[in-house]
Design a protein. Structure first.
Length: 137
């Protein structure tokens, strides 16, 4: 699973995910959390159908799909309705139905104090995921 938000950090994570997928002959599941369509009371993160993706989300997923295709790696794009990106990504990764065995996520490098006030998604995923996590700087 590669966490995608269109940032430079997520693009670096995608490159690393491609290396891992090629080495292990595996598929990349690119996951984007759309916090504009979620609810704080939701117990699950429903997948959003592709026709309801925003143009920006479509661009992010198409970019990732194209990168994977050129490296001959299978790609599946998933957009989930969420409320908080860190919680959403962890919940998706920890759900056994999704068959995720590794998370690759980029780090924005906001650091102190901004990271302390706004939280760090990569740090949260690292500590809450039940599977291995690679953070790419």
């Amino acid at each position: 699973m590669v966490c995608l938000d269109g940032s430079k950090g997520s693009i670096r994570a995608l490159r690393t995910g491609i290396l891992f997928a090629r080495h292990f002959d595996d598929t990349i599941v690119g996951v984007h959390s759309n916090i504009s369509q979620g609810s704080p009371r939701a117990f699950s993160n429903p997948k959003i159908k592709e026709e309801k993706w925003s143009n920006r989300t479509k661009e992010i997923m198409q970019f990732a799909k194209d990168k994977c295709k050129t490296r001959r790696v299978e790609f599946e794009g998933v957009v989930i309705a969420g409320y908080n990106a860190g919680n959403d990504l962890v919940r998706f990764a920890n759900n056994k139905k999704n068959e995720i065995d590794h998370v690759v996520i980029g780090s924005q490098g906001t650091g102190y104090p901004k990271g302390n006030f706004f939280g760090s998604v990569s740090n949260f995923v690292l500590h809450k995921a039940k599977i291995p996590v690679t953070i790419v700087k």
